[in-house]
Write a protein that binds this ligand. Sequence first.
Ligand code: ADP
Length: 314
Amino acid sequence: MPDPKYAIEVRDLRKTYAATGKMQEKQALKGISLQIPTGSIFGLLGPNGAGKSTFINILAGLVKKTSGTAEIWGLDIDAHPRQSRAAIGVVNQEVVADPFFTPFEMLELMAGFYGVPKAERRSVEILTALGLADKKDAYVRQLSGGMKRRLMVAKALVHNPPVLILDEPTAGVDVELRRLMWDYVRELHANGTTVILTTHYLEEAEELCDTIAIVNHGEIIACEPTSKLLSRLDYKTLIITPREPITAIPAELAMHEPKLRPDGTLAITFKTAETGIGRLLEKVRAAGISIADLSTKSPDLEDVFIALTSDKVA
Ligand code: ADP
């Protein structure tokens, strides 16, 4: 069978969590439609509470959708619950590893759980690919935090799924480990796995994903190739700390609509394609502002939201 065009396809997916105790009813997904092409690294980007985990958990069979349809690898999750789930490996944020098993034993156990015949198991190969070959027979409790995370990825791969879903793969991990995880994700992708990851770091989505969907309050507010999304954000903000307090915006800078901030700094947002920072600094000096310190800031997730939800830019 040829690979399907879309690894995941959902239509008008909705989830309302029922009210419990003091918790009010919560509409976590408000009708999401998405087509995730086979072979992509697809990022689902959004702040905490946006509905990312709910989406992943519906695909994984851990949360029951309220309505809508979902197909994994061309298989409807209602009509083919077992087959569709066999096509995905899901890595959640929690690290659940039995301390008394070795990594090798854990993978063998998982493979058995998925009904992978002994002759087809690839436990050593997977551990090697994730840099855990020399820890194969160590106790899991002896592994570092980063190794445990990689073991979670390994566990999700035992049944050789064509689609790997990573829910916030680098939340709470240090910069070094984050880079390592990114390398693994790229490698898996290079070997033909479709990768879907959720993140609330714009940087992570930007670095890894070829396509990004932005989800907010249970709705997709944008879904487009990463380069296109970023081209909407071709601006930076220059932040200047003046030596002497500024009391009024100088006329020389008026066209850039600078903002005088409560901490006494001056923030000037400029289109990187139109205005060079050198020219801007010349204008600042021409305006008689003596610079004590300066920095620039690139757009972050919050800025993406502002850009996408304001009519001016969209
Ligand atoms: P994200 O993964 O983007 O942080 P979630 O999917 O975890 O978002 O949550 C979406 C919304 O649904 C949040 O408001 C959250 O509080 C709510 N929610 C998540 N799980 C449950 C649950 N089991 N019961 C009730 N509300 C929930």
